[in-house]
Design a protein around this ligand. Structure first.
Ligand SMILES: [Zn+2]
Length: 54
């Protein structure tokens, strides 16, 4: 599972490819659960609704 965060202006990690804020340029990537920053509310809502594309 991939997590992405915009390098500039955000401490929010995304993990749903269908999140409207999923970073596609200028982002950091990691493959384990982030230990810094926040997890995106929209991604978490999608996960809870089983609507998260990973
Ligand atoms: Zn997100």
């Amino acid at each position: 599972m991939e997590y992405r965060k915009k390098k500039t202006g955000s401490d929010t990690w995304h993990f749903c490819k269908n999140c409207s804020n999923w970073p596609t340029t200028d982002y950091d990537t990691r493959y384990d659960k982030p230990t810094t920053g926040e997890l995106c509310d929209q991604c978490r809502a999608k996960e809870a609704n089983k609507n998260c594309s990973k």
